[in-house]
Design a protein around this ligand. Structure first.
Ligand code: NDP
Length: 289
């Protein structure tokens, strides 16, 4: 039976550490870290992500500013809002909540964020640095996966075959780069991969980021593999579930993350960590730290 890795418990610990550091800043009457979030429109998933991010900020004491723009906002107005935040010295992190309304070019907008404030890690400069294995803000979900692996003693992945299913810019590709950085031999699979099982059955570590409820059952998994389920889906009964068929894979895997309570709760905490990192860099730059 797999050891179940509860990301929510790890998230609580990391949040407590962050809170302690911010409490110290308060005692020393220092400037506090600030995250500014821009949301355009009323996509329900975007609104719910925003709420959980706001709550996480409040819990640790990170200041958060929310800029709400209408669904029909023009791209130029959104870019203007980003530029104002880029220029605002009290702002350490900027996050543009995705998805954006159809008339907005996501890539163009993300590219306008000052890389030193890009706490989501989606700005091309930071993604380029990730590819070059240079210090950068790591996209939060990918960072969560790596933190979970560290927690189970899988920091050094030398000699391990990691298979990532999914090649999105926000999950699959950054995860693959971070696994490579930790010396794994990495295979990336996607919807055009022929014979997916041929690859997944070889995986010592399987990271699943597809977006299809319970698609990955035991027939895809090698005995003893570590399985990290990034997927967040609703099943036919509206119940939250991952991309991995938990009941089927649990008897086979050595470690398995559940959904909910797995990777998801770690993601907003990694955002807090990135905001703190951005704050510290800023304070150092101004000679205040
Ligand atoms: P995308 O839809 O952007 O990417 C999905 C990837 O899965 C694509 O690369 C796609 O291939 C691949 N794929 C789709 N169907 C198959 C298939 N049948 N076989 C193999 N590969 C397939 O999704 P995201 O990367 O944004 O998200 C993936 C999942 O992770 C979702 O469930 C999402 O909700 C969840 N998520 C969870 C987060 C968290 O914090 N826990 C954060 C972000 C996302 P192709 O490229 O060829 O289309």
């Amino acid at each position: 039976m797999a050891n179940i890795v509860y990301g929510n418990e790890l998230a609580v610990q990391i949040k407590a550490d962050i809170k302690k550091r911010i409490d110290q800043m308060k005692q020393q009457q220092r400037r506090l870290p600030k995250l500014s979030v821009i949301i355009a429109g009323e996509d329900p998933s975007a609104l719910s992500y925003i709420k959980s991010k706001e709550k996480a900020c409040e819990e640790v004491g990170i200041l958060n500013g929310l800029i709400t723009l209408p669904q029909d906002v023009e791209e130029a107005a959104l870019i203007d809002a980003i530029k104002q935040l880029n220029a605002d010295d009290s702002v350490d992190g900027i996050l543009v909540q995705l998805p954006l309304p159809k008339q907005i070019h996501e890539e163009k907008v993300l590219a306008c964020i000052d890389p030193s404030k890009d706490v989501d890690g989606f700005q091309p400069v930071n993604l380029g640095k990730l590819l070059l294995q240079q210090k950068s803000f790591q996209p939060c979900t990918a960072k969560s996966v790596m933190r979970i692996l560290k927690e189970i003693g899988m920091e050094d992945l030398s000699g391990k075959h990691a298979v990532v299913i999914g090649r999105s810019n926000i999950v699959g590709k950054p995860v693959a780069q971070l696994l490579l950085k930790q010396h794994a031999t990495v295979t990336i699979c996607h919807s055009k991969t022929a014979d997916l099982k041929k690859f997944t059955k070889q995986a010592d570590l399987l990271v699943v980021a597809i977006g299809r409820a319970r698609m990955i059952d035991a027939s895809y998994v090698k005995a003893g593999a570590v399985v990290i389920d990034v997927g967040v889906n609703r099943d036919e009964n509206g119940k939250l579930c991952g991309d991995v068929d938990f009941a089927s894979v649990e008897p086979l895997a050595s470690y398995l993350t559940p959904v909910p309570k797995g990777v998801g709760p770690m993601t907003s905490v990694m955002l807090l960590e990135n905001t703190l990192e951005a704050y510290e860099e800023r304070e150092k730059m101004y000679g205040r730290l």
